[in-house]
Design a protein around this ligand. Structure first.
Ligand code: PEP
Ligand code: MN
Length: 343
């Protein structure tokens, strides 16, 4: 529930209400606005609580939070959240581009593509060290070695690094090397993992599950935020439909839906969303036009040699072209993008 304090409520009155709520077992979230202060109370509401709290001095009214996602929703937190990753802010005016290979394959492969995407104006380097693969016989990632190479690439390029963590026991290890922890589509409802990253200090990139509704996705974010980690960025990466012409069906309507229900930033991954490199730039442009706060794009210097997802990986030249094309769309919708000038 939301406790709306009177316009002239004193800090002491606000404190007294917050303390009472905590005594009743609620987690409290204070939001001090220009007009008035509101206190969000998350916990079990028992009969009589509303009357008791309404009687406290300085309380104007009590309204229930209608959505099941209390902390990820806009009711308690109308202002958009901005998430900092290194020196980059996601959820502001700038379209933030995360790019890099599907998997870290080796030092030369990673450094080469990291330099290319940096030169093209990308903000964050992506690359999988722990790869959740459909087949146990496919390349599973370089694991710790991959993490070390990502840290080396950060040192070389200055780009912050995002990489996936697939298991609660690896969170500390991945957090030692990465600037942002990625929860992959297949783990979106791994509640143990979500709870654990909720205790991490690192920002989280939460990808949408293969068959998850927007509500289920926001509830997954709720697990992380309720653990204390408010720095969550959502990533639409396509959902399963009957269409086989693309790897997944990129649900761009999730962007306005998430913006309507939640204050969290949302980025789009047109690489996993389509599975084909030719479709990546058009869908990246559509995502920016629809209000996405950023993109996640797979890039490889030699896609034909990639150990995973070569078919959806952009060459450096194609990635540069994407950066040029999204810049024009970003400008058209009042956003900023990249450091490249249109050529
Ligand atoms: C990835 O981005 O590396 C990945 C495996 O994507 P997803 O979890 O969306 O399939
Ligand atoms: Mn991939």
């Amino acid at each position: 529930m939301i406790i709306v304090m009177e316009h002239k409520a004193s800090p002491q009155q606000v404190d007294a209400v917050a303390t009472r709520l905590q005594q009743l077992g609620f987690d409290t979230h204070l939001s001090v606005g220009v007009e008035r202060t509101i206190i969000g109370a998350i916990g079990e509401k028992r009969p009589g609580y509303v009357e008791m709290l309404s009687a406290m001095s300085g309380v104007e009214r009590i309204v229930p939070i209608l959505q099941p996602f209390k902390l990820a929703g806009r009711e308690l937190h109308p202002e958009p959240t901005r998430v900092k990753v290194g020196n980059t802010t996601i959820g502001g005016e700038e379209i933030v581009v995360m790019a890099g290979p599907c998997a870290v394959e080796g030092e030369e492969q990673l450094l080469e593509v990291a330099r290319e995407i940096k030169a093209a104006g990308a903000h964050i380097l992506r690359g999988g060290a722990f790869k959740p693969r459909t087949s146990p016989y496919s390349f599973q990632g370089l694991e710790v070695e991959g993490l070390k190479l990502l840290a080396l690439a950060r040192q070389e390029t200055g780009l912050p690094v995002v990489t996936e963590v697939t298991n609660p026991r690896d969170i500390e290890l991945v957090a030692e090397y990465a600037d942002m922890l990625q929860i992959g589509a297949r783990n979106m409802q791994n509640f143990t993992l979500l709870r654990e990253v909720g205790h991490s200090q690192k920002p989280i990139l939460l990808k949408r599950g293969l068959a998850a509704t927007v509500e289920e996705w926001l509830m997954a974010a709720e697990y992380i935020i309720s653990g204390g980690n408010h720095n969550v960025v959502l990533c639409e990466r396509g959902i399963r439909t009957y269409e086989t012409g693309t790897r997944n069906t990129l649900d761009l309507s999730a962007i306005p839906a998430v913006k309507h229900y939640s204050h969290l930033p949302i980025i789009v991954d047109p690489s996993h969303g389509t599975g084909r490199w030719r479709y990546v730039t058009p869908m990246a442009k559509a995502a920016v036009a629809a209000g996405a706060d950023g993109l996640m794009v797979e890039a490889h210097c030699r896609p034909e040699e990639a150990l995973s997802d070569g078919a959806q990986s952009l060459t450096p030249a194609n990635f540069r072209q994407l950066m040029v094309e999204i810049k024009a769309v970003a400008q058209a919708v009042g956003r900023k993008s990249g450091s490249l000038t249109v050529v």
